[in-house]
Each structure stands twice: as structure tokens, then as C-alpha cells.
Design a protein around this ligand. Structure first.
Ligand code: SF4
Length: 223
């Protein structure tokens, strides 16, 4: 299994709709609580604005949260959600026609070129099992792959507001792939394990998950 799937053992309590920035502040953030609350409010207001333009598509809410989180400096996605600017523009028109961002979603995060092959493999893995209902699935595959380059829980790095939103989008966009995650493995771990298995690599240190000392890294809670 790829080493970049690690760093998934931090835990903290959270409510169902708590913004991920609040989790970060609860752990070790140098950001003052008032500043964090202001950013959360800013993100919530932006989600409300964006969703006024939503077409009612299944990925509207997830993309609205990702965009709002990125625009307010949260999550770990690169500029433009990790898409090229033209693709981001198409996404915006497709999901939120008529909506205009006040400033580009560009906090100055550039994808690591050394990991482009890794991102490409993740995108291909997801697209092999895309639902086939919407071009939105292609953007989602690229965005999820970009989020996998982060070092926190994937749903937080994507800028979602709860892990259940990530599970839902995986099942919605890549149903056959998601269906193979029968034990509810953490999504990033699951994706990299799929890549390893496709290449015939067995990187696990134990013969089965049940007896593995890394069990909680692969299946533990993601708060
Ligand atoms: S819990 Fe399972 S998938 Fe995770 S490292 Fe151990 S054997 Fe591999």
C-alpha cells in the first residue's frame, strides 16, 4: 500500500455539520478561534450563495462545499480544485450556471508535478467504474485524486464537511468501485490498495486485516 495513505490516525470529536476547520482548530491550529469561526461563517455563506444557482444535480452540494472551503483557505485542494482553469469554468457552468466567484479559487497551492503519475493512476481507477450518468463524474475523479495528495483525512482535504459526504459521492460517482469497499475502509487507503492489487503488489504487513496492527489506520474513525 502506498505510504502516502498514512497520517490517518488523528481523532477529535465533531458534529455532523461541523466545518473541518473547526476540527483543525481543536487539535493544534495556530489560528485564533474567532478567526476560525469567521472563516467558517464565510464558507457557509459562500455555500449558501453558490447553491442558489445549483441545477439540482447530485454533485452540486459536494462541489459547493469544496469550492467554499478552498476559497476561504481550508482543505488541501490545489488552486481551481486541482482542475485546469478551463475545466473549473465548465464545472461551474454545469453545476451553478450564472454564478460568478468574486475572486478565483486560488490560494496559491500548486499540484506537485512529481506526483502527477500517481494522480493519473487514481483518476483512471475511478473512471474505470464511473456511473456514466454525467460529465461531473470526470471532474470529481480529478478532484478526489488531487485531494488524495493531502495528508489529512480525505474528506477534510477535499473541503467536505463530513466523512459521510465523501462516502456518498464515491457511491454516486463510482458505484462499482465503491461497492468493493465492503468493509468501509478509509477511502484513501481503499483507493491505494486497489492500485496495489491491480499491479499485483501486496504491501500489507499482515495476512489479513483482522490480525493487522495497522487495522485502525485503515478502518478507524475519521473525525
Ligand atoms: S488493515 Fe488490512 S488493508 Fe490495512 S494494512 Fe492491514 S492488512 Fe493491509
Amino acid at each position: 500500500m502506498n505510504g502516502s495513505t498514512g497520517n490517518a490516525t488523528r481523532q477529535s470529536g465533531t458534529s455532523q455539520r461541523t466545518h473541518p476547520r473547526r476540527y483543525a482548530a481543536a487539535v493544534a491550529s495556530p489560528v485564533a478561534p474567532a478567526a476560525t469561526a469567521a472563516k467558517d461563517a464565510e464558507a457557509s455563506a459562500l455555500v449558501a450563495r453558490v447553491t442558489q444557482y445549483a441545477t439540482g444535480g447530485p454533485n452540486d452540494r459536494a462541489f459547493a462545499c469544496m469550492i467554499a472551503t478552498l476559497c476561504t483557505g481550508g482543505g488541501a485542494l490545489p488552486d481551481w480544485l486541482g482542475l485546469d482553469p478551463a475545466a473549473f469554468g465548465c464545472l461551474l457552468v454545469h453545476h451553478f450556471p450564472g454564478f460568478r466567484l468574486d475572486t478565483p479559487p486560488c490560494p496559491g497551492r500548486v499540484p506537485d508535478p512529481a506526483r502527477s503519475e500517481e494522480r493519473r493512476e487514481l483518476v483512471e481507477l475511478m473512471l474505470m467504474d464511473k456511473a456514466g450518468d454525467s460529465p461531473s463524474e470526470v471532474w470529481m475523479a480529478h478532484v478526489v485524486a488531487a485531494g488524495c495528495m493531502g495528508s489529512d483525512h480525505l474528506w477534510q482535504d477535499l473541503g467536505l464537511w463530513r466523512r459521510a459526504d465523501l462516502s456518498a459521492l464515491m457511491r454516486r460517482n463510482f458505484p462499482a468501485l465503491a461497492a468493493r469497499n465492503v468493509k468501509d475502509m478509509k477511502w484513501k487507503r481503499f483507493l491505494y490498495k486497489q492500485l496495489c492489487e491491480a499491479e499485483g503488489i501486496y504491501a500489507c504487513r499482515a495476512p489479513s486485516c483482522e490480525v493487522c496492527i495497522d487495522y485502525h489506520a485503515c478502518f478507524g474513525p475519521e473525525y
